[in-house]
Design a protein around this ligand. Structure first.
Ligand code: SF4
Length: 377
């Protein structure tokens, strides 16, 4: 959930006594002043969640820069104070309210849990389903690729989660039409207890699909255009609406996304590259999360002309990091070539098992920069 790049991040965990609680982070965010959140509480018992969050908000409300819309964020206060000071202020505030009526009693937690009942899972003959799936995968490479990339293991035996990809080439990443939404609702009714989820990677997920339904679902998803087997690859990018739709944009982002999709259309090459997060924003507001893309692209305006700055090394996962600017920006039509050269450095330099991010972290931005700008010169 990209918890390290939000104002407040909560990670559910258990302590040594098996009690459920939260690790609490504050001060993350993207946009104009990107920042990775910092931990201010290693373990907060679940019952104190609301009182602690209230304390964070009260501290921010009292001391934050509410006078300036560019600075009215928790991250600005954390940076000005340091995480230690912010944590101490919150602790002090919280101790005054620690057992207030906002404390979550066992009854309140149980009541909340009642809203999240499990669907009526059926018993699935996993062995039989696996034989069928493996036979189909052997006969049809497309199914094998789709299962490998777009299907995720489930905690319930006999079930899986399925990504419906919204990244076919030539369609703005994440776009669906009204009739496609109707069709998705039908798929959810038929295969996933009428439930569908939206991911921040601009895809949809059917969360509870029987393994034995996979062949049928694959056919249906394929017909509807939702079976592009590219989840997690370079072309499974996050892309904001940019200048085609957004009045705040510095540059268009959708045509850049499409040019990348068209250039990188060889699935075997994409699979060889492995998991890469490519994120594109049309301005510094960062709706496309470019700061935390392994490769981030930011649209910039220079005297009325659209350019694109590239950043490398961002991540929104547990090891969150902000990307570093590669160097001077490029024209839109240069981006596919530049990406190709960036990826060639990765392929040349990677050690077995390394992702793009691993390699970048090991060798840094310099080798990419030298190669890209030497070539461009
Ligand atoms: S990043 Fe900028 S251009 Fe893109 S949607 Fe957000 S405000 Fe608009």
């Amino acid at each position: 959930a990209a918890i390290q790049v939000h104002d407040i991040g909560l990670q559910v965990l258990k302590n040594a006594d098996d009690e459920v609680g939260f690790k609490v982070l504050v001060g993350g965010g993207l946009g104009r002043s990107p920042a990775i959140g910092v931990v201010i509480k290693d373990f907060l018992p679940a019952k104190h969640l609301l009182t602690y969050l209230e304390a964070i908000l009260r501290v921010y409300n009292r001391y934050g820069r509410r006078d300036n819309k560019y600075k009215a964020r928790i991250k600005i206060l954390v940076k000005a104070w340091t995480a230690e000071v912010f944590a101490a202020k919150v602790e002090q505030e919280w101790l005054q309210e620690i057992d207030s009526p906002s404390t979550l009693t066992d009854d309140v937690i149980a009541h909340a849990k009642d809203f999240f009942t499990s669907p009526a899972y059926e018993s699935v003959d996993v062995e039989h389903a696996e034989v069928t799936l493996q036979k189909l995968a052997a006969e049809q490479v497309a199914f094998a690729k789709w299962r490998d990339r777009n299907v995720v293991a489930h905690k319930v035996s006999g079930y899986c989660a399925v990504h419906l990809s919204l990244k076919p080439t030539g369609v703005a990443p994440g776009d669906v039409t009204d009739s496609q939404l109707e069709a998705i609702a039908d798929l959810a009714d038929r295969y996933s207890f009428s439930e569908v989820r939206v991911t921040h990677h601009q895809n949809l997920v059917l969360g509870d699909v029987k393994l034995s339904d996979l062949p049928e679902l694959w056919q249906a998803a394929k017909q509807l255009g939702f079976a592009t087997p590219s989840i997690g690859t370079l072309v499974d990018m996050i892309c904001c609406p940019g200048g085609d739709f957004c009045s705040l944009a510095n540059a268009k982002s959708i045509p850049v996304a499409e040019a990348i999709q068209r250039r990188f259309d060889d699935l075997d090459y994409l699979y060889d590259l492995g998991d890469i997060k490519l994120n594109i924003s049309g301005c510094m507001n960062a709706c496309g999360h470019h700061h935390v893309g392994n490769i981030g692209i930011l649209g910039v305006d220079k005297k009325g002309e659209e350019f694109y700055q590239i950043q490398l090394g961002g991540s929104a996962l547990d090891d969150a990091s902000l990307g570093k600017v590669l160097g001077p920006s490029f024209y839109a039509d240069e981006i596919p070539d530049v990406l190709e050269r960036i990826l060639s450095i990765y392929v040349d330099q990677r050690i077995e098992g390394e992702t793009f991010l691993d390699t970048h972290r090991r060798i840094g931005t310099a080798p990419f920069k030298e190669y890209i700008y030497a070539k461009a010169a």
